[in-house]
Design a protein around this ligand. Structure first.
Ligand code: FAD
Ligand code: SF4
Ligand code: SF4
Length: 486
């Protein structure tokens, strides 16, 4: 049937996703969206027009950084072939249950959906989520068929989305990949950053197990740069991939920042996620949260902090952000959920200093009102201080979520690895670094970004490593990285 004929029958809204009630969910850490059943997902898939590719317009597929054949897998769902739909997804995607939950699809695949021009776009993310959950419940836990071994060995430093993707793709090509991960759990930000109520840890564990069963070895509690160097890894492996992420918190450097009760988002979320600080007394590692918590920042990390603070018992949780609602960089769904849960947004305001009590605990934050000027380099309107508009907010906890920088340990321990002025590892388009045989990707080379962009980097690097190991060991000259590091 022609696309034009189908358009008239489109149901304008996505089939609703059941969610925990906001008043209930702020008292627990269970996942907020509850998922949809097979019947509803099939109806959602039937909203897709199966658009034909054309050089003159962008489609869903063009918005997916790992190039999943979206119309292809949705067609299979329309026909009830979930297994085949999942096979198509797995050709390109190593962490489907994760991406179906946390991908910023509104700016990616769904942002390009033709249906979305006049109606809600097809719910590509939720269909992917359903299929991955369906597969997890259906699949046998055995070893996954591996191709014949090439005898080549690759060390992957960092077990986040970038590292796991490289390792999974190399295993599919017959290479032996070993992941060296600093923490006791693998998954990177997926385990230590994104909270349980957005991404249950058992789902990350299942995705990591899938990669392990495809033949990847994972060595946890293994800090590269301390236990061994990249050079030592190169002696035992044919190539090395560095995917150590951007876990170094940025600070405001304002007066009073060392008061008790002021924490980086990174420390706060890690203590909640990894040390189960929310589960006291079952876990003996509680975290103190005041009655009023102020979170600085407006991205996903800030939303995660503000919503976690409510679940830990804060009576009031406030986001302080220097631009307006339209510029909030977090996913719209997270902003919507935060508002539903009662997070208060103090917009167009920036911190000036922190004020402590006699015991060295933070008791107030002084802030100043802002207005928006001309767009800056990022394309967003520049926030400008309104002199004399200072105000004070009482608070007992401040969470700083104003961005993360690349983890410096591996670059510092590898002096011949060229870095940029932002501390990221300089790479060419294939993820090759200034050091022969060493590749890098994900947040350590792009700066803090998204799961799917880190995975896209991982996929490109895996292809390039395969080419390096099997057909073309040539390497770019030093000048390439001089340019990349500027
Ligand atoms: P990471 O996920 O940081 O993984 C790096 C891994 O390397 C870590 O496991 C680390 O322990 C390990 N490592 C570091 N140094 C060493 C070493 N020396 N030796 C061995 N191992 C080492 N993105 C989205 O798309 N959607 C979201 O909703 C979203 N929400 C987020 C919420 C939070 C709180 C945070 C912090 C980020 C969020 N992001 C989100 C961003 C996304 O998670 C990251 O862009 C992505 O995880 C980057 O993947 P990566 O593999 O490059 O790095
Ligand atoms: Fe969309 Fe992300 Fe899935 Fe790609 S991986 S199809 S961008 S939800
Ligand atoms: Fe379906 Fe939207 Fe992709 Fe068209 S653009 S094939 S309607 S998901």
């Amino acid at each position: 049937m022609a696309e034009g004929k189908k358009k008239s029958r489109i149901i304008p809204k996505k089939y609703p996703m059941p969610e925990q009630d906001p008043n209930e969910r702020v008292k627990n850490f269970n996942e907020v969206p509850l998922g949809q059943d097979a019947e509803t997902i099939t109806l959602e898939a039937k909203r897709c027009l199966q658009c034909k590719e054309s050089p003159t317009r962008k489609l869903c597929k063009d918005g997916c950084p790992v190039e999943i054949d979206i119309p292809g897998f949705i067609k299979q769902v329309q026909e009830g072939n979930f297994s085949e739909a999942m096979r198509i997804i797995r050709l390109k995607q190593n962490l489907p249950a994760v991406c179906g939950r946390v991908c910023p699809y509104e700016n990616q695949c769904e942002g390009n959906c033709i249906v979305g021009k006049k109606n809600d776009p097809v719910g590509i993310g939720r269909i992917e989520r359903f299929l991955a959950d369906w597969e997890r419940n259906e699949q046998k836990k055995g070893k996954i068929e591996a191709p014949p071994s090439t005898g080549k060995k690759v060390a992957v430093v960092g077990g986040g989305p970038a590292g796991l993707t490289v390792a999974g793709d190399l295993a599919k090509l017959g290479h032996k990949a070993t992941v060296f991960e600093a923490l006791q759990y693998s998954g990177g930000v997926l385990v230590y950053g994104i909270p349980e109520f957005r991404l249950p840890k058992e789902i990350v564990k299942a995705e990591v197990d899938f990669i392990r069963r495809s033949g990847v070895d994972i060595k946890n509690d293994h800090v590269v740069g301390k236990l061994e160097t990249v050079d030592e890894l190169l002696e035992e492996h044919d190539a090395v991939f560095i995917g150590t992420g951007a876990g170094l918190p940025n600070w405001t450097n304002l007066e009073g920042e060392n008061l008790n009760g002021i924490l980086s988002a990174n420390e706060f979320l890690t203590r909640v996620n990894l040390m189960k600080a929310f589960n006291f007394p079952d876990y003996d590692t509680p975290i103190r949260v005041g009655k009023r918590v102020v979170t600085l920042g407006g991205g996903n990390v800030a939303m995660d902090c503000a919503r976690t603070a409510l679940r830990l018992g804060a009576e009031e949780s406030i986001i302080l952000y220097r631009r307006s609602d339209a510029e909030l960089p977090a996913r719209r769904e997270e902003i919507h959920h935060a508002k539903e849960e009662g997070v208060r947004f103090e917009l167009l305001a920036a911190p000036v200093k922190y004020i402590g009590d006699d015991c060295g605990n933070v008791k107030q934050i002084e802030a100043i009102r802002m207005e928006l000027g001309e767009p800056d380099d990022s394309g967003r309107r520049r926030p400008i201080r309104i002199e004399g508009s200072n105000f004070v907010l009482d608070c007992q906890t401040v969470l700083i979520a104003i961005g993360q920088s690349p983890n410096p340990l591996v670059p510092m321990a590898t002096p011949d690895l060229k870095t940029t002025k932002w501390g990221t590892i300089a790479v060419d388009a294939d993820g090759r670094t200034s050091k022969k045989g060493v590749f890098a990707g994900g947040d350590i080379s792009t700066g803090a970004a998204t799961v799917i962009l880190a995975m896209g980097d991982g996929k490109r690097a895996a292809k390039a490593i395969h080419k390096y190991l099997t057909e073309d060991p040539s390497w770019p000259d030093a000048e390439t990285f001089e340019k990349a590091s500027c």
